[in-house]
Design a protein around this ligand. Structure first.
Ligand code: GLN
Length: 483
């Protein structure tokens, strides 16, 4: 059952080939069996079986919703009522959310059964899942390697077939980069497409929740349930949600694909490059026109992001002060001591680094020099894409410069780690949708191609990816030992 697509699972449940309790039990068993991957912070097996029992009842009474009875895992960043919502941090290790995030609520309403809460980099800051308070997640393709981050637990869970679907969030690449490193499909929607209400904020102007699945079709099912206007999120857009699952069959003939020269320059591994070129060739054979384009401000994306994201995080994380909820130090002397020690004892190194950079960038006298400058660069990056989309339907390139790296390999040098997101970060700065699609291997590790679309063209991206997946089987490959 763990190998089936979402549409096969939906059919199987409705035809009575298996029940949701059986299906859920299968994934819960796998979650326990593959516990060594450390993909989960909280397992919700018993709760899931109760939910599945109810799902079976609804299916029997023909009161099912689109995803009734389908198991899912949630990144530990989405608030879930009465369930520990740690965000990968000691700071929130004792936090049981008093409400559901809109994404959780919507997926519940669509009928999903939540099997657990996935591990992640602390407050979603990282590209390797090594900054989690709960320890690193292992990549199922090679357990000496990282799964990518920050949504590494979700990507590893889908890759290891522990969950057919999982939620992630992407501020600078955290859905696409781990999807690429784990050989699964992941989509970061247009900023404003999916509600951020109840998603613990890292950098509010960049954060966006999205789906992980084995295929684009599976992601389409999940995005369908997640997307839509939410009055509780002031940046959510009131725009009709198309029927993604019905828009997967347009011909690619005559479509124009832009290939940015900046994504194929220095720093890209030769093997990853040749795998991506193979995918480009496939699209060419389908009658797509391949156009070389330039996104000239690409090299400014990382410096701009590492001013904007820390600035916003320093502000967002100031609410965690040991007073209202979360970690509180023992026996504080006075209020100042309470703030100081609660925060220094509960935040990890990477989070502290970002808070310090952000506080500095926002301080009087530096604001114009750093924050304002970064915002101007952000505009230039958006303009690059705007110009490109006047001539192309989609932009294609690598998701990451190299496949999964070894655990510990980049932890000593934050800047090397930051470069893992060199091809993904500008998309967040521009607010565009993009996805990562498995398209080959390098040294037995999966490689992902990135497809970038124009605003609100998730349907177009999903179609591009689905057409490719109907003719290739990279997305069906399962790591050894997890078949
Ligand atoms: N790796 C990037 C960072 O550390 C992006 C993380 C993310 O998308 N949440 O900020």
């Amino acid at each position: 059952m763990h190998k089936l697509s979402v549409s096969q699972l939906v059919d199987g449940l409705r035809n009575g080939d298996f029940s949701s309790v059986e299906l859920t039990q299968c994934f819960v068993n796998r979650m326990q069996k593959f516990n060594d991957l450390n993909a989960f912070i909280t397992e919700l097996g018993e709760r899931a079986i109760l939910q599945a029992t109810n799902a079976d009842k609804l299916i029997k009474e023909k009161k099912h919703r689109p995803l009734t009875g389908i198991p899912i895992a949630h990144k530990d960043i989405f608030c879930m009522y009465g369930v520990k919502t740690s965000c990968g941090s000691k700071m929130l290790d004792n936090f049981y959310a008093p409400y559901d995030a809109t994404v959780v609520e919507k997926l519940d309403q669509a009928g999903c059964v939540t099997i657990g809460r996935t591990n992640m980099d602390e407050f979603a800051m990282g590209s390797s899942n090594e900054s989690s308070y709960y320890g690193p997640v292992k990549n199922p393709w090679n357990t000496d390697c990282v799964p990518g981050g920050s949504s590494g637990g979700s990507a590893a869970a889908v890759a290891a077939r522990i969950a057919p679907l999982a939620t992630g969030t992407d501020t600078g690449g955290s859905i696409r980069q781990p999807a690429a490193l784990c050989g699964v499909t992941g989509l970061k929607p247009t900023y404003g497409r999916v509600s951020r209400y109840g998603l613990i904020a890292y950098a509010s102007s960049l954060d966006q929740g999205g789906p992980f699945g084995k295929s684009a079709e599976d992601c389409a099912y999940m995005l369908q349930a997640m997307a839509g206007f939410d009055e509780k999120d002031s940046t959510s857009l009131d725009k009709a949600v198309p029927d993604y699952t019905q828009l997967l069959n347009s011909t690619l003939k005559g479509k124009v694909i832009g290939v940015p020269e900046e994504y194929f320059s220095e720093g890209l591994s030769a093997e990853v490059k040749s795998v991506i070129e193979g995918a480009i060739k496939w699209y060419e054979q389908q009658g797509c026109e391949i156009k070389n384009i330039s996104l000239p401000n690409t090299n400014l994306a990382i410096p701009a992001y590492y001013v904007i994201a820390p600035a916003e995080c320093s502000s967002n994380l100031s609410r965690l002060d040991g007073v209202r909820y979360g970690y509180r130090c023992e026996d504080p002397k006075d209020l100042r001591d309470l703030y100081d020690r609660s925060r220094s004892e509960a935040f990890g190194d990477e989070v502290k680094r970002r808070i310090m950079i952000g506080t500095y960038a926002l301080s009087a006298g530096y604001y114009d020099a750093y924050y304002l400058k970064a915002q101007q660069i952000r505009r230039l990056i958006s303009e690059d894409f705007k110009k490109a989309f006047e001539h192309v339907d989609v932009i294609l390139g690598p998701t990451t410069p190299e496949p999964a790296f070894k655990i510990g390999e980049k932890t000593a040098d934050p800047v090397t780690m930051y470069l893992s997101d060199i091809y993904t970060i500008s998309i967040n700065l521009a607010g565009l949708p993009a996805m990562s699609v498995p398209c080959g291997f390098s040294d037995s590790l999966p490689v992902g191609m990135q497809l970038i679309g124009n605003y609100f063209e998730e349907d177009n991206l999903l179609n591009f990816a689905h057409q490719y997946q109907m003719d290739t089987d990279w997305h069906k490959k399962t790591p050894e030992g997890f078949e």
